[in-house]
Design a protein around this ligand. Structure first.
Ligand SMILES: *[C@@H]1O[C@H](CO)[C@@H](O)[C@H](O)[C@H]1NC(C)=O
Ligand SMILES: *[C@@H]1O[C@H](CO)[C@@H](O)[C@H](O)[C@H]1NC(C)=O
Length: 147
């Protein structure tokens, strides 16, 4: 989290950003026997300036246990409104979650969708949730070209 903010403030490139993210993180696509987090991101790759764009994040888990997930977006440009919203949800097997962000980009941007598996009470029923020991941050990065 700190790493992310630091990098975005410095307006560094995507490569550095991804390198930074990889410290203590795991790519969502990582092939292990049962994946804790499976991220699927849908967002256009191109948009016209100030047109509304929707990013959809689909989350699934293959664990039998539930996870408390905090999902948010980061970008290398400052953008107002719901882009900055963080969703906290309880993710359980056979119960996928979809989160949506609507925003109006006015210039080309790199976007990173981040999911942190966190320890927070009163999100999952009976607080029956786990934190994976291998990695608790998952991300997906993409670019949006704005004309
Ligand atoms: C985009 O919007 C931001 C914030 O509203 C503004 O500071 C910036 O100058 C705008 N950039 C362009 C290229 O219009
Ligand atoms: C942000 O990233 C995008 C995609 O990599 C790039 O086109 C754009 O120039 C970057 N903007 C800034 C302000 O760094």
């Amino acid at each position: 989290m700190y790493c992310l903010q630091l990098l975005f403030k410095a307006s560094t490139g995507t490569l550095l950003l991804v390198l930074c993210l990889q410290l203590g993180t795991s790519k969502a696509e990582e092939d292990t026997s049962r994946r804790a987090i499976i991220m699927n991101v849908q967002v256009p790759q191109k948009a016209r300036a100030n047109d509304e764009v929707t990013l959809r994040l689909n989350l699934r888990t293959e664990l039998h246990e539930c996870l408390v997930c905090k999902s948010y977006l980061r970008s290398n440009v400052t953008i107002d409104g719901s882009f900055n919203y963080a969703y906290t949800s309880c993710l359980c097997e056979d119960n996928e979650k979809n989160h949506y962000w609507d925003f109006r980009p006015n210039r080309s941007m790199a976007i990173v969708a981040v999911v942190d598996v966190i320890r927070e009470l009163n999100i999952c029923p009976g607080d029956a949730a786990v934190i994976p020991i291998r990695a608790n941050r998952y991300f997906y990065s993409t670019n949006l070209a704005v004309q």
